[in-house]
Design a protein around this ligand. Structure first.
Ligand SMILES: [Zn+2]
Ligand SMILES: [Zn+2]
Length: 93
């Protein structure tokens, strides 16, 4: 915990990933290290594809690549993320 110095400064979008509780995720195990989620684990959910893994696993994974290792979904870069946010927070239809 608190050892976030290893991720690149450009990873602001990562900090915005949903932080689910164990039991709230679709998966019951981490798709990176393949270990079961256990009570008290720090988890992160990739958005918008909603695949979950341990926080430390996903951070080290995303250090090298931007796409989800489950479905291959490419995470938007920060510029694209900004546009997505602007669109999704627009609520009205
Ligand atoms: Zn893991
Ligand atoms: Zn995915």
């Amino acid at each position: 915990a608190g050892a976030f110095g290893f991720w690149p400064a450009s990873s602001k979008a990562m900090a915005r990933m949903h932080v689910p509780r164990v039991g709230d995720t679709r998966e019951d195990h981490c798709h990176v290290c393949l270990e079961d989620f256990e009570e008290g684990d720090m988890l992160r959910t990739m958005m918008p594809c909603a695949h979950s893994s341990h926080q430390h696993c996903i951070f080290s994974l995303l250090h090298d690549q931007r796409d989800c290792s489950v479905c291959g979904f490419k995470r938007p870069n920060e510029e694209e993320q900004y546009e997505l946010d602007a669109r999704t927070s627009d609520g009205s239809n």
